[in-house]
Design a protein around this ligand. Structure first.
Ligand code: ADP
Ligand code: MG
Ligand code: MG
Length: 915
């Protein structure tokens, strides 16, 4: 241990902890965070970025691990600060000619919940005069100073921000001022005094006057903010690792609050909702920093900047084009204009809606900026899944009980219906008790995160496309309408008033449409998405009026299908599901569960089978089931003609087919008390008792049933074979594969195989056909995976049953654990994600990998697939591609997602092969 610590300390000394903006680039996000890396990239592109430097995530990690900054950091910061001062011809906080800086957090992934940026660092009672002198504007200097104390007080010293807001409101009231720009120098001076008094009262110390102390405290506060509850919650939600740390950017200040020829704004190089190119953004004159997104004053559309300041506008348009071409993607940016001079303060590849992701990817292909393989990396299965959600039925919005009450900005698509709630606490509480809720706020802030997660959708009356609600909702893939200004939200009284006096109280049903921005009271009916209509074949991408989105999806799916190596099959038990799966692009059935064929009116036959004491009785019961099973298979083979259909023989424990034990006991007791006949129920009850198992998951099921219930598997095999023969003689092409579940040793499989082969031969002879049936097994027990080489001797194919394999490898049953300790495990970071959702690569995955190798070593043409739910999970699909399976199988609705991800995996590995 000491050796390790020593080398770590040694490393710490030689490591470089501070990078000038000129030293970094966009590929250094791990080290410099997203903001720092992109500031460096823009600097290197020659764009007007205010000079500055970035303190690395490494420094943050040392601080978080050891509780103090790395010893070398102070000097390194000093050196970079000196260089910055020389370059700017100013000194940090120097009274006569102060340099001011902002201290900005910036992790690898942008994260709400991190410390807010502190602007104007370096201002003090002394240097405020110097700033006034420098700018020739006293009001501005005092406005900047009061902002510093406010931001620093709140974010670094932890003073309740409302105290400052209240003091500001007081000051405005005293002046009859409408907004902060109406305050005059004297008011601002007074406000500075008031703010300083607040700091003293709340923290027991004066606002620090020493500029370097201000800076160091702010840097430390950024480091500390990595571990706030809000940041941790967000990381869990977004699956961001907890040990990345954040970088800190120190950036020389430029001022948007220097009068009407100054201002600040945000922009997108394309519409993040539709992907269309154009001028998208908001601008606010005479303002600093966050004013533009905080909804303090009304912003103007970016296009208006052209008439306000044509030179800056033209330059900005030029820069936006440069950025798009350089990043080859939609970028979002922050900029400030100081007295007619444009400054770039941030850029990054912008978040976008799922629909825009598909459109932008194809648009960029058409512009020649990216190729098809890259286009596949610009979208993902989760986005496709989101596009397949239903939407509101336009025709149903005029129906009784539904009234449109307003329209806001379509910030994040989807159709959400739920009960109105006006605070996050209620949102969480109600959603826990199973209610669907819509969280309604004037605007949201990071404290609303829990409520936003709990809600079906989010509605705000203020803020634009870049407001907190909009950005966070888009990130979560949650429906959001923001800035619905005609709605008056009163959170205190828990109600919202619409024009015309319609009042929505807490608990009333509202519907919000994140694709159009429309808001309704009442429940609006939903209709399928056009993307599903397209997959279903009810809408054609080629049509002239085809939806742009459908066209984009169509093209991307074609790219994916062209490159993917994995085939995609469906888990389907009946002809209807099979037919839908086929429309969605399924290349066969990977799992047909036969237990579903034993339910309904057939239950009675199964009961007879279970109760049978003699061979005769049993054969009779099986004989009755045979034609029914056969008919099912005929239909299934018909709908999948020419494609493989893997039929799994009976798997679940038998008691699942019997009535519930309590119901039965009651029935028997009642019958007894009434002296009625109840012989059958009594026998059933005895059977239930006999079949009762402590751990049914590990009990009499799967191949074990086939081995102890004579004739059961033989009947199923016969049904499959006869159905196949019937289809074949009808000159069609059934391709059945018979799959034996829950095999742990090759001996089990051999016995079943011998019996099955006999039946198949009989049917072939009787019908004069060559059925070409294959026989294989599921690999869903650790022992099967470990002895895969032996099992492959008796199996022509393996299908990894990763649901059961996960249960048996981990030793927990899914039904029991997901509701009990999984949340705790996720919270403690033991899992990043449930192993039932995404395959556990290290454990279950490594068994799959070795079983693939051993199986193929025995039988080179062994066919390999997966039929667990992981078959439709994006990350797992990439894993199955990597280990070399032939196909994945998933539920019909997940098929497009699996196709897309299989394509992405192939394109990705092709890319890395050629590199
Ligand atoms: P966030 O990650 O919340 O966007 P930023 O660090 O980008 O935080 O800063 C918050 C606001 O302050 C943004 O509007 C940004 O443009 C502005 N800002 C940051 N640094 C400066 C600076 N040096 N000069 C002027 N404005 C700045
Ligand atoms: Mg920013
Ligand atoms: Mg299973």
């Amino acid at each position: 241990m000491p050796v390790n610590q020593e080398t770590q300390a040694g490393q710490a000394e030689t490591r470089k902890f501070v990078y000038d903006f000129t030293e970094g680039n966009k590929d250094l996000k791990d080290l410099l965070g997203g903001k720092g890396a992109n500031l460096a990239e823009m600097t290197n592109l020659g764009l007007p970025v205010p000079p500055g430097f970035t303190i690395t995530t490494e420094a943050c990690k040392v601080y978080l691990d050891s509780g103090t900054e790395p010893p070398a950091l102070r000097d390194e910061v000093s050196r970079h600060l000196d260089a910055l001062e020389n370059r700017m011809g100013k000194k940090l906080g120097r009274p006569d000619n102060p340099l001011l800086v902002s201290v900005r957090s910036g992790a690898k992934f942008s994260m709400p919940g991190m410390m807010d940026t502190v602007l104007n660092i370096g201002l003090s009672d002394e240097s405020v005069a110097g700033l006034a002198e420098q700018a020739g504007d006293e009001r501005f200097a005092w406005d900047s100073y009061r902002r510093l104390i406010q931001m620093f007080g709140k974010t670094v010293l932890g003073v309740d921000g409302d105290l400052f807001e209240e003091a500001l409101e007081e000051a405005k009231k005293g002046r009859n001022a409408v907004t902060d720009v109406d305050l005059e120098t004297a008011d601002l001076r007074q406000l500075v005094e008031d703010f300083k008094a607040i700091v003293l009262k709340e923290t027991g110390r004066s606002f620090p006057q020493e500029p370097r102390e201000q800076m160091d405290l702010a840097v430390r506060a950024v480091f500390d903010s990595w571990n706030t509850d809000r940041a941790k919650l967000y990381r869990r939600q977004e699956r961001i690792p907890g040990d990345l740390g954040t970088a800190v950017n120190v950036c020389s200040m430029v001022f948007g609050n220097l009068g009407p020829d100054s201002g600040t704004g945000v922009a997108f190089t394309r519409d993040p909702a539709s992907g269309h190119q154009g001028v998208y953004g908001d601008y606010l004159q005479n303002a600093q920093g966050e004013d533009v997104v905080a909804g303090i004053r009304n912003t103007v559309p970016l296009a208006d900047l052209e008439s306000l300041d044509k030179k800056s506008y033209d330059e900005l348009m030029q820069i936006m084009e440069t950025l798009e071409t350089h990043y080859k993607d939609l970028c979002d940016i922050e900029f400030t204009i100081e007295r007619g001079k444009l400054w770039m303060l941030q850029t990054r590849v912008g978040k976008r809606t799922a629909g825009a992701a598909f459109r932008i990817a194809t648009q960029l292909v058409d512009q020649g900026l990216i190729d098809e393989a890259e286009a596949l990396q610009r979208v993902n299965g989760a986005q496709l899944a989101q596009l397949m959600f239903p939407r509101f039925d336009e025709n149903a919005t005029g129906r009784e009980g539904v009234q449109r009450i307003g329209r806001g900005i379509a910030a994040s698509p989807g159709a959400a219906v739920g009960k109105a709630v006006f605070d996050s606490y209620t949102a969480v509480k109600w959603s826990r008790s199973g209610e669907k809720v819509i969280l309604i706020r004037r605007e949201t802030n990071p404290d609303d995160l829990n409520g936003m997660i709990a809600a079906e959708g989010i509605l705000t009356s203020r803020g634009g496309k870049t407001s907190h609600a909009a950005v966070v909702a888009r990130g979560m893939g949650k429906t959001c309408v923001c800035g619905a200004e005609e709605l008056e939200v009163d959170t205190k009284r828990r109600r919202m008033t619409a024009p015309g006096g319609v009042v929505v109280e807490e608990g009333d049903i509202v519907s919000i449409d994140g694709s159009s921005g429309k808001v309704y009271v009442g429940e609006v009916a939903v209709v399928p998405s056009p993307v599903v209509e397209y997959f279903e074949g009810r809408m054609h991408a080629g049509a002239d009026d085809a939806d742009e989105l459908v066209q984009a999806v169509h093209r991307i799916m074609a790219y994916a299908d062209r490159v993917r190596r994995l085939r995609v099959r469906a888990n389907a038990d009946n002809a209807e599901d099979a037919a839908r799966a086929r429309r969605f692009g399924a290349q066969g059935i990977g799992l047909c569960r036969t237990e579903h064929m034993f339910l309904g009116e057939r239950r009675e036959m199964v009961e007879r089978l279970i109760l049978a004491d003699h061979d005769d009785e049993r054969e009779e019961a099986l004989g009755a089931l045979l034609p029914l099973q056969k008919a099912d298979f005929v239909e299934l083979f018909e709908s999948m003609d020419g494609l493989p259909v893997t039929v799994r023989l009976l798997d679940p424990p038998l008691h699942e087919f019997l009535p519930d034990i309590t119901d039965l006991s009651v029935r028997v007791a009642l019958a007894e008390s009434r002296h009625e006949k109840h012989e059958n129920d009594l026998r059933l009850l005895q059977a239930v008792h006999k079949l009762h198992e402590q751990n049914p998951m590990l009990g009499l099921r799967g191949v074990r049933l086939g081995l102890v219930i004579p004739g059961l598997f033989a009947m199923q095999v016969r049904a499959i074979a006869e159905a196949a023969a019937e289809r074949r003689n009808g000159k069609t092409d059934p391709r059945a594969e018979i799959m034996i579940p829950l095999v742990g040793t090759v001996q089990e499989l051999e016995i079943v195989r011998e019996e099955a082969e006999k039946v198949i031969a009989e049917v072939e002879q009787a019908t004069g056909t060559d059925l070409k049936l294959t026989l294989g097994t599921m690999i869903e027990l650790p022992r099967a995976a470990l002895t895969a080489g032996q099992i492959a001797e008796a199996a022509e194919f393996f299908s990894f049953g990763t649901n059961d394999l996960t249960q048996t490898v981990w030793g927990f049953s899914r039904d029991d654990v997901e509701a009990s300790f999984f949340t705790a495990y996720l919270e403690k970071g033991i899992f990043g994600v449930s192993p039932f959702e995404t395959i556990d690569r290290d454990g279950v995955g490594s068994l799959v990998r070795s079983a693939v190798e051993a199986g193929r070593a025995t039988r080179p043409d062994l066919k390999l697939g997966v039929c667990g739910e992981h078959g439709g999970d994006p990350e797992s699909v990439h894993f199955f591609h990597e280990v070399g399976l032939d196909y994945v199988s998933c539920s019909p609705f997940r098929i497009p997602v699996a196709r897309l991800e299989a394509g992405r995996a192939a394109a990705e590995s092709q890319g890395s092969d050629s590199r």
